[in-house]
Design a binder for this molecule. Structure first.
Ligand code: G3H
Ligand code: 13P
Ligand code: ZN
Length: 333
């Protein structure tokens, strides 16, 4: 049993309370490898932003759970080395799909876990989320649960039919599960193809898809039911078109990839939304940088020569999100 406090990590409780009160959101960036982790920590240290290092079940399988735990511990030391005196870093399980997986992460030093039982019937979602919360809370690990179904692919759970979170259920759900934060569905979706072309309009000047707006009315109704309760948005990548263009110009093929406009995320950050999940944008930034090197320098075969530019692109992306979208810069001095 490893306790996250011994690794220098923090849970989300105080971080979220401050974010809700302060009208900003904490970035939750997924990582699977060293370069992503370095870029996240460099960006957070430079901006003095609290940050959530997010690990999916897939990331755990890809990178090895033991290695990831030590990487997170190393991240705290690295942050201090970069001059961040009091790093506020959370190690969080993203989309945990079973009690056993959540327990294993709690036992290995995660400071926060998500139990995503949103694809189960309501009462089963409550029962599983409560079981995880009861276990995690013994170790002061915070728990995110989800109510409502996002469109797209949630890890290995394909949600064919999305439905918004029902505001009339949130009080019952949060009180009976004991969860510390609630992921909701208000129109975001995972991946780089968040909307089908038929759900969008098309900008006549650029020919690009314009997505439908988030359901702010549903978000505000939820906030009214649960004043001050931390709300989480998954599927919040914006799919920056400059990355899509670079990828497509250098041999890639991502037609009509579209995300959530950043102004809407900025707006959501000012509400009870206090955690915003971003993964696809980092995948796009990395892929764009690597494709460019491969295309322009076909003789290059030193991984540092393409992973280095990818890491630099990631850092720029993360700083932009922290400073211009989520508003969390300077909140962890
Ligand atoms: O919401 C899912 C995250 O983007 C993680 O994706 O399961 O492919 O690691 P992954
Ligand atoms: P994106 O696919 O929009 O980056 O969402 C990531 C996410 O929600 C991780 O849980
Ligand atoms: Zn997600």
């Amino acid at each position: 049993m490893v306790n996250y406090k011994d690794l220098g990590l923090v849970n989300t409780r105080e971080m979220f309370a401050k974010a809700v009160a302060g009208g900003y959101a904490i970035p939750a960036f997924n990582f699977n490898n060293m370069e992503q982790l370095q870029a996240i920590i460099q960006a957070a240290a430079e901006t003095k932003s609290p940050v959530i290092l997010q690990v999916s079940k897939g990331a755990r399988n890809y990178a090895n759970q033991t290695l990831l735990r030590y990487m997170a511990e190393g991240a705290v030391a690295y942050a201090k080395e970069l001059g961040w005196e009091h790093p506020q870093i959370v190690l969080h399980l993203d989309h945990g799909d079973s009690f056993e997986l959540c327990k294993s992460c709690v036992d290995m030093g995660f400071s926060s876990v998500m139990i995503d039982a949103s694809s189960l019937p309501y009462e089963e979602n409550i029962a599983l989320s409560k079981k995880v919360a009861d276990y995690a809370h013994q170790y002061d690990v915070t728990v995110e649960a989800e109510l409502g179904v996002l469109a797209g692919v949630e890890d290995e759970v394909a949600a064919e039919e999305s439905h918004y979170t029902r505001p009339e259920e949130v009080i019952d759900f949060s009180s009976r599960t004991g969860c510390d934060s609630l992921a909701i569905s208000v129109g975001t979706s995972h991946g780089a193809y968040k909307f089908k072309p038929e759900q969008c309009t098309r900008d006549p000047k650029t020919g690009r898809l314009v997505p439908p707006p988030l359901a702010f009315d549903v978000l505000h109704e939820i906030e009214k039911k649960l004043p001050g309760f931390p709300i989480v948005l998954h599927g919040s990548s914006s799919v920056p078109q400059e990355y899509v263009d670079i990828i497509n110009e250098h041999g890639g093929k991502l037609p009509d990839a579209v995300g959530i406009p950043e102004e809407q995320l900025r707006e959501a950050s000012k509400s009870a939304v206090c955690k915003i999940n971003i993964d696809s944008d980092s995948r796009l930034a990395m892929t764009a940088a690597i494709r460019k090197v491969f295309d322009e320098k076909p003789g290059e075969f030193d991984p540092r020569k393409y992973l280095g530019p990818a890491r630099a692109a990631l850092k720029t992306l993360y700083i932009h999100k922290i400073v211009n979208v989520l508003g969390s810069a300077g909140k962890a001095r």
